[in-house]
Design a protein around this ligand. Structure first.
Ligand code: HEM
Length: 142
């Protein structure tokens, strides 16, 4: 009986760890997003202190993170068990928003290098909008 209980406990522990391994804050995409958040914050500080050169480098780093994020699948799609064409369409929508975000970042890098501060302000606002669009469409509520 005791042995049976122990076996049950072991099975239950190993099963639950498998389930939690794919939880929503444990994805590669989530990791890239945390990097994006940190880099965005540092870029804003650079802009505020007038260090456009450093900010432009960060815009470039952000592009590389979004390029990596592009090939990931949002957890929401897994949680909703999307399959077939629905999954294909949603993935295409996701990569489109990522691509639009990369275009904003490329323009931002150019504006920072040329010191066009009104354009920089506009494009930082555009990044905020990309974030809103991306999260409202593809981020799970968890
Ligand atoms: C300035 C731009 C962005 C910032 C600072 C940002 C930041 C974050 C952060 C911190 C998280 C972790 C969860 C949370 O704390 O809410 C997250 C999650 C997420 N973000 Fe972003 N994000 C940005 C843009 C985007 C864009 C453009 C997309 C989509 C095209 C996107 C899609 C997602 C998704 C899908 C998750 C959930 C992670 C998962 O499904 O595994 N984000 N983001």
């Amino acid at each position: 009986m005791k042995k049976g209980l122990l076996t049950a406990a072991i099975i239950s522990i190993s099963c639950s760890s498998t389930v939690f391994a794919a939880s929503c804050d444990d994805t590669r995409l989530h990791g890239y997003m945390e990097n994006i958040k940190d880099e965005m914050r540092s870029m804003s500080s650079d802009v505020k202190s007038g260090d456009n050169e450093s900010a432009a480098k960060r815009a470039n780093t952000l592009i590389t993170y979004f390029e990596k994020a592009r090939s990931e699948t949002p957890y929401k799609f897994t949680a909703e068990n999307l399959q077939g064409n629905e999954l294909k369409d949603q993935k295409a929508e996701f990569t489109k928003v990522v691509d639009d975000t990369i275009v904003v970042l490329k323009d931002l890098e150019t504006a920072l290098k040329s010191g066009n501060s009104s354009e920089v302000k506009k494009l930082l606002g555009a990044m905020g909008n990309q974030r809103k669009t991306g999260h409202s469409s593809f981020k799970a509520n968890c």
